[in-house]
Design a protein around this ligand. Structure first.
Ligand code: PEP
Length: 247
């Protein structure tokens, strides 16, 4: 299994930001791990052009579950694929919170992604209140069961464990808490997709940065990272890519 360093630019970036992509590619032209950036949809096409002929993969941060129709402001998987996306993040906690996305909707989106031949990065994670109440495994188990599409395999689905309270806060779970969750998820995936589970990448996300990446990547069943803030700067994301390549 190739490990995956995935960057989520969220609602950040304009044409000028592509200079960071060029700098990243100049410093890391052939990393051992896979390297993916998910810019805002407005930049997918241009970033895919910049990435042409390189190892950089380009993805989207969300998609609609339907193939086309009267859904003002939304984008279908086919449109994202046409723009150059190979991956789509679904169920990010910011979408679950800001747009009320449920497991059912996340699963429908993930289904649309894999049915179109793209890779779905399915995000799950507990809130701080849920962790404090000792509900972490119950919550993420339910989210995983409810969000994984039919026909999920090691090549069309990636799972991202992102504790909501760790996103953008500079706080992270302890390494043993990350280990507990990732090992739980590997077992839960076995129940959902059988032997394929061994090859499904399980990413950790939530305040990953150059200073903690090496430690996090040494945790069993951590197969990469979904990185927000630190993916915006070539130097930071490049350092995370290098740490994952060395893991
Ligand atoms: C994210 O948005 O998926 C994320 C993990 O953000 P950050 O790395 O900034 O915590």
């Amino acid at each position: 299994m190739k490990k995956l360093a995935a960057g989520n630019w969220k609602m950040n970036g304009t044409k000028a930001s592509l200079a960071e992509v060029s700098a990243l590619l100049a410093a890391h032209p052939a990393p051992v791990c896979e390297m993916l950036l998910c810019p805002p949809a407005t930049l997918i096409d241009r970033m895919a052009e910049t990435a042409k002929g390189t190892t950089l993969l380009v993805g989207a941060q969300d998609s609609h579950a339907k193939p086309q129709g009267a859904h003002t402001g939304d984008l279908s998987v086919a449109m994202l694929k046409d723009a150059g996306a190979t991956h789509v993040i679904v169920g990010h906690s910011e979408r679950r919170t800001d747009h009320g996305e449920t497991d059912d909707l996340v699963r429908a989106k993930a289904q649309a992604v894999v049915d179109a031949g793209l890779i779905a990065i399915v995000c799950i994670g507990e809130t701080e209140a849920e962790r404090d109440a000792g509900q972490t495994l119950a919550v993420i188990g339910t989210q995983l069961d409810g969000s994984i599409p039919l026909g999920a395999t090691a090549t069309n689905v990636v799972v991202a464990y992102e504790p909501v309270w760790a996103i953008g806060t500079g706080r992270t779970p302890t390494l043993s808490e990350i280990a507990e969750v990732h090992s739980f998820l590997r077992g839960r995936l076995r129940g959902l997709v059988g032997e394929e589970a061994a090859g499904v990448r399980i990413l950790y996300g939530g305040s990953v940065k150059p200073s903690n990446a090496t430690d996090i990547f040494a945790v069993p069943h951590v197969d990469g990272a979904l990185v927000g803030g630190a993916s915006l700067k070539a130097a930071d994301f490049g350092a995370i890519v290098a740490a994952l390549s060395a893991a």
